[in-house]
Design a protein around this ligand. Structure first.
Ligand SMILES: [Zn+2]
Length: 304
């Protein structure tokens, strides 16, 4: 039996999966703590420990392992960057993991793995089975994106393919941790929307409370915040649509649960793209939940 092995490497947990490559049936899932505070070398040894545990339980061995990571591997330097688990940045992680587990690995960031999983095993597969180009978005505390073309992640020359969260949307916007101003993430991530609401209303509410206030219908500031979200989101998506015109857009993360993104988002998008007809691009809610990272990681090594 041919199997796919994937590992979702997060800041708090490392989760592994082994799937039947023909049926995508999950044969085993297992997670252990990352213990990132103990440092980079410890993380590598935890990964090796998890792979050994899975080998022992399944009596199987991988030919390759796919990894979903919080950051990206720079193809030129072969080092990690943009990881929020900062001890990984600057490390030759691909090489170090390959040495530790003895097989080749593939690495993609979590948004790319999300997009890949939903494109090949998730909602896009169900709703738009002939989709060739898929754009996946994680819209939560941060904003991430991933481009999948014919079942393959588009990593790009610098390893930043799909990093739409850091497209600049507002020239005079807020500073972003990436060093620029007005990135998508500073406009419509959950914390950025809360900041917007607080600025116009003088009240600090959570995103959940803001959305409830909007639904209740008697808070004009909540209504303005929702409008700001859908309008900004539609505009930001137009830059993607005018370049790669995806067959489907799948939106995960906490903010991605807001229904108006799926109803008003396409309406706003229509105002900004080079197309006078109705917007046909389906905006989809994901299907795989927390499993997308680890399934996408496994999908990375299907070609081995
Ligand atoms: Zn940024």
């Amino acid at each position: 039996m041919k199997t796919l092995w994937g590992i979702d490497l997060g800041g708090t947990k490392i989760e592994g999966v082994v799937m039947n490559a023909d049926t995508n049936e999950v044969l085993l899932r297992k997670r252990i703590p990352t213990e990132a505070a103990k440092g980079y070398e410890h993380i590598i040894s935890q990964i090796a420990r998890l792979v050994d545990m899975i080998k022992e339980e399944t009596k199987l061995s991988p030919v390759a392992v796919g990894f979903s990571t919080p950051g990206a591997l720079d193809p030129s330097t072969q080092t990690m960057k943009n990881c929020n688990t900062t001890c990984m940045n600057g490390q030759r992680m691909k090489e170090d993991i390959e040495r530790a587990i003895g097989v080749p690995i593939e690495i993609a960031n979590d948004a790319n793995c999300f997009a890949l999983a939903e494109a090949t095993m998730g909602i896009v597969k169900d709703v738009v089975p002939d989709a060739k180009v898929v754009f996946g978005i994680i819209l939560g505390t941060g904003v991430g994106g991933g481009v999948v073309i014919n079942g393959q992640v588009l990593n790009g020359r610098h390893g930043i393919g799909g990093e739409w969260g850091h497209n600049v949307l507002e020239d005079d916007g807020y500073e972003c941790y990436c060093g620029k101003r007005g990135c998508n993430e500073t406009v419509f991530s959950g914390p950025s929307l809360q900041r917007y609401y607080e600025k116009i209303s003088g009240k600090a509410l959570t995103m959940k409370e803001i959305y409830q206030a909007y639904r209740d219908g008697n808070d004009p500031h909540a209504t303005a915040t929702l409008k700001y979200l859908t309008k900004s989101f539609g505009k930001a998506i137009s830059y993607i649509t005018n370049v790669i015109d995806p067959d489907a857009i799948v939106i995960g993360g906490g903010v991605g649960n807001i229904d108006e993104i799926y109803t008003e988002g396409p309406e706003e998008l229509k105002n900004y793209i080079f197309n006078s007809r109705v917007v046909e691009t389906p905006f989809l809610k994901p299907k795989l939940g927390d499993s997308a990272g680890v399934f996408g990681a496994a999908e990375l090594v299907r070609g081995y």
